[in-house]
Design a protein around this ligand. Structure first.
Ligand code: ZN
Ligand code: FE
Length: 255
């Protein structure tokens, strides 16, 4: 089912996403950190907000929930595991459940690691993945409530999606992520080309999102712990994938 997706910049570097399913006339927003940009845009479009889809409890993804609910009467959907931490939660969902934005179905994927209750939403017909702070373009979320093993398992789950999956992540971190990525994967021509493209986009004030899973597979070091070049750079040729992933995550924390 067709799903129109619009990027709404929030705070300094967050992205919320406005979803509209035209047939049923249903509108949703993913991770509104602020209410005002959402209500302003909806007023322009003369649309009502029906749903909030929350990926995780952090304020930069949920701080707009209560104001939007009060202003519009929308319903808030989020992880059952985060029932106590998501403002205004109405519908608790978990791994494998479907959420409907009108006639467009999104599959709930449990993707813990950044937070213990982090979920992602995969709309297979629109090929749209809303993964917030699990997978970034050229990066991944910090391990605030989980460990490397858990995050690597979550990323592997996302890696099972098709290459043309559109990745809508929670922050515009791509340019600094590119600088780090080049330190662990300096000889990757696809990464070099992406870094240049990202620089051009940001210099023009444009978002680097959505990226695609295929592009991330080729360029994002956090998805490439099996790559021989990265392993050589890290001096970890004999290590397991999760060990290499953990080392890349630690280096990024110190970068
Ligand atoms: Zn977060
Ligand atoms: Fe965040």
């Amino acid at each position: 089912m067709a799903l129109a997706i619009e990027i709404l910049p929030m705070l300094s570097d967050n992205y919320a996403y406005l979803l509209h399913e035209p047939e049923a006339g249903v509108t949703a927003v993913v991770d509104p950190a602020e209410a005002a940009p959402v209500t302003a845009r909806l007023a322009q479009q003369q649309r009502q907000l029906d749903l909030i889809l929350t990926t995780h409890h952090h304020g930069d993804h949920t701080a707009g929930n209560l104001a939007l609910k009060a202003a519009t009467g929308c319903r808030v959907i989020g992880a059952a595991a985060d029932r106590a931490r998501i403002p205004g939660l109405d519908q608790a969902v978990q791994e494998g459940e479907r959420v409907m934005v009108g006639k467009a179905a999104g599959e709930v994927m449990a993707t813990p690691g950044h937070t213990s209750g982090h979920i992602s939403y995969w709309f297979s017909e629109a090929k749209a993945l809303f993964c917030a702070d699990t997978l970034f373009s050229l990066g991944c979320g910090r391990l605030l409530e989980g460990d490397a093993r858990q995050m690597w398992a979550s990323l592997q789950k996302l890696l099972a999606l098709p290459d043309d999956a559109l990745v809508y992540c929670g922050h515009e971190y791509t340019e600094s992520n590119a600088r780090f990525a080049l330190t662990v994967d300096p000889d990757n021509p696809a990464l070099q080309a992406r870094a240049e493209e990202v620089h051009r986009l940001r210099a023009a004030g444009r978002p680097t999102i959505p990226t695609t899973l295929g592009l991330e597979r080729r360029t994002n070091p956090f998805l490439r712990p099996d790559d021989p070049g990265i392993r050589r750079t890290l001096g970890m040729t004999g290590a397991s994938d999760v060990e290499v992933f953990a080392e890349i995550r630690q280096r990024k924390d110190r970068f």
